[in-house]
Design a protein. Structure first.
Length: 284
């Protein structure tokens, strides 16, 4: 997919997640995108951000029309199955709302494991197709204007979503309102402070990387989280109690005893992995 011409909004003068004005330039990448850091909460974000027109053009063909290769389908199924199995260890199946459900694999997996599922995504054609395939309600349009039942969901599920919006705060606020007491927020996000990212950042600053700071993935990622930043924000500002912060090892086609042992280490040592999972409940 070729990216549309880059256009930026005016620079932000406050952190979208905590509201602090104590934000400063932190980094830049090979595309010329600038990364700021909030000194109050520690979260990094692109500043300036892309215009709505750029993002609309970018996401117009973000989700593939076809099912992909057999290998891609098998990987996606295995990945989402592991995610839902992890959720099942903390919560009995109930009512699940997936924001950014994409091709709907997570909805199908969750439904097969006893969950009552609903989904949301931005592309009308994709959501219509996913609703037909899964038989589940799948919404599009303005997420924050949907007539969703407050305090009625056992899980709000956002996997690789919260790094994309220009303002993630309303997504967290909505998730808190939708969850019942004792429900669970499932957040899967890239880990900007993983061992790999730290190593690549050092190489980039030393001029030893051909595509400096590519790991920010600034084609469409606007926010950058770490185990030391997002969990405290969830607790201090958004009304959650964090239950677990875990690594998110990828499925293997041919696991061995050694790789299974390593994946267990990664699961419980999130700084080793390039993505992390945060599980949180509404604070009482």
């Amino acid at each position: 997919m070729s990216a549309p011409p880059i256009e930026y909004d005016p620079p932000l003068d406050a952190c979208p997640l905590c509201g602090s004005r104590d934000i400063h330039p932190f980094d830049y990448d090979f595309r010329g995108a600038h990364i700021a850091r909030c000194e109050a909460c520690g979260v990094r974000f692109m500043n300036p951000q892309y215009t709505d027109a750029y993002l609309t053009a970018y996401y117009s063909d973000y989700i593939p029309d076809g099912p992909g290769s057999p290998e891609e389908r098998a990987f996606r199924l295995a990945q989402k199955t592991e995610n839902i199995e992890l959720l099942d260890r903390y919560l009995a199946p109930g009512r699940l709302f997936a924001i950014g459900c994409g091709d709907g694999v997570e909805l199908s997996v969750a439904r097969s494991r006893g969950w009552t599922v609903e989904g949301y995504d931005v592309d009308e054609a994709t959501t219509r197709r996913v609703a037909q395939v899964t038989g589940a309600p799948v919404y599009t349009g303005d997420l924050f204007a949907l007539p969703l039942e407050q305090g009625a969901y056992d899980c709000v599920y956002l996997d690789q979503v919260l790094e994309h919006p220009k303002n993630p705060a309303p997504y967290l606020e909505l998730s808190r309102r939708l969850l019942r007491p004792g429900g669970m927020l499932y957040l899967g996000v890239p880990n900007i402070e993983s061992l790999a990212s730290r190593t690549k950042r050092v190489l980039g600053r030393l001029g030893l990387s051909r595509r400096r700071m590519r790991f920010y993935d600034t084609f469409h990622h606007l926010f950058y989280y770490a185990p030391s930043t997002l969990p405290p924000l969830l607790e201090r500002r958004y009304g959650f109690r964090v239950v677990s912060v875990l690594g998110d090892p990828k499925p293997r086609a041919h696991p061995t005893v050694a790789t299974r042992m390593w994946d267990r280490v990664v699961r419980h040592t999130p700084w080793l992995d390039s993505t992390m999972v945060i599980l949180a409940r509404p604070a009482s």
